[in-house]
Design a binder for this molecule. Sequence first.
Ligand SMILES: [Zn+2]
Length: 302
Amino acid sequence: MSAAHFFTNSSCSLKSNQMRWLGRRESSNVDDRRGLSGGGIAAGGGVLGVIIYVLYSLFSGNSIDPSQIPINPQAEQRALTPEEQAADDERAKFVKVVLAETEDVWNKVFAESGSDYTEPTLVLFRDAVASGCGNASAQSGPFYCPEDSKLYIDLSFQQELQERLNSPGDFAMAYVIAHEVGHHIQRLNGTAEKIGRLRQQLDETEFNRYSVMMELQADFLAGVWAHNEQKMKDILDPGDIEEALNAANAIGDDRLQRQSTGTVMPDAFTHGTSAQRVYWFKKGYETGDIKQGDTFNDPSLN
Ligand SMILES: [Zn+2]
């Protein structure tokens, strides 16, 4: 049986691994708004909502139309039990540690190339949040807003990953955070702005190709982070990388489309196939070389 829980299980082998992460430095670039939005958790959630929303937030030169955001009308609000609250707090600690680890790595990588890394802020929310890119709900999933340089995460997404997407393990969540931080790097180096301009010029199908390149590059950057994390701190184990690859595989457009509609429509891909997501994360992890991540000029994507 595979390990199925992040922090609440008592019997699986992941636990000792989690201990290597918990207790490490937590980032101070965190805006914890979990207590501000009603204190309940939303049941359910839509993965396609995640995909759609992230796209809007990534490329919008203007703010998001909240009506575009899929809201699950069946979502039930309820207060967290003390146990759920404790589990949520553990998850919060974990993502703060992961964010701190990305800061250490990207500060070093940027310094080595003679530039400064501006650290992003992580906003933790529950149910709903107002961002510089518009309003978002938990169903939106984790996203990065280039307008305010913040990552937004409702920690219930971790449950979504493990239960609906069958991607358990703490490092699956670390990959998600590192992917969003990848979008922050695309903002810092000007890529996000360039692609945002194309959005105004191209039709949807044509633009979707650029969206895929953008998303696969964020996966690549997550892999580069994992490579450097291992080099600098030696705290990953083979199971961690497997968890990240498993998550990358689970959130490929083809797989999500097949799950939700039974068919696959490549023109509607915005994030890349499972195989592509796995390929680019792996490439980043194996090379650790930021120069190898030019998805925009890769023959396989053109
Ligand atoms: Zn993304």
